[in-house]
Design a protein around this ligand. Sequence first.
Ligand SMILES: [Zn+2]
Ligand SMILES: [Zn+2]
Length: 334
Amino acid sequence: MPFQRSEIVAYYLRTENKHPKTREIARLMVRSRVVKKEPMERTLAVGPYRRPLLGAHLSIAGGVHRALGRGEELGCTVIQIFTKNASQWKGRALSAEEIEKFHSEQARTGIEVIAHAAYLINVASPDRRLAMRSIAALREEMERAEMLGIPCVVLHPGAHSGSGEQAGIKAVIESLNVVVRDTEGFHVRLLLENTAGPGSVIGHRFEHLKQMIEGSVAPERLGICIDTCHLFAAGYDLSRSKYDDTMERLERAVGVEKVEVLHLNDSKKGLGLRVDRHEQIGLGSLGLDPFRLIMNEPRFVNTPKIIETPKQHHGIDMDPVNLRLLRSLVRAAK
Ligand SMILES: [Zn+2]
Ligand SMILES: [Zn+2]
């Protein structure tokens, strides 16, 4: 018997007091008007307790709304998008028509959406001009997400470019304070993504993320996005024998409940090498075990999980393969 979306929402609402995270998800589901019937193939037969919010980072070529159709074809329950060209500072303003199309496609498909900010943004920069430009660009990212009803924007904390880790962290705190003040009253949340830590990039230690949140004037509007490739590259082991230890370190530093999005990527390079190269699920240095553990982690059961793996492998479209593989790792509920 397939579970209907409305039953899932009802389940979340019933359990909201037990799990603070589910209240957030329920609010998002209701707010984005996605309570609708859905086909069997998008619903895990094992029921709402084990139904993963799982999907991929998808292209917005042809308009932001087009990503939802692409997600539907892949059987995604959540997708991640750039709300504009990711390699440009400024995006063309969204028209009312584009926003409406996006909302109607979201209502039709019932897919949750997460935004990822442009890579050019560096709110940690000691270069005042670049920092100011980054703040303006991030504010624009927040505005676009808010207009589209997207609940969160994922941001890389940036690089200190020689000023030192602590100076970089301080710059992030100050920049984010400007952005959260400028976007007061917005629903959209800002999620800091852990990094692989190449060069002077900060955010590769849980403690960096903790400092950035604790230093904020609005810590309640900030959360964490954990990328498994970056985690591994930064030296946090996710193998069966080390997984609990890594989770314990995450819990002690920021708290597992602060993780609002997961990026599931394997890594081309080794543990602690601080190289950010994503690989197909199970084909890289992480192997399948970490993904099996994460897909069945009770604390992440309602956490959206997004793949950002290379789209092709020897000419084969890999998103369907990686998503099917991840779904197959979920153990049936008893
Ligand atoms: Zn990212
Ligand atoms: Zn990522």
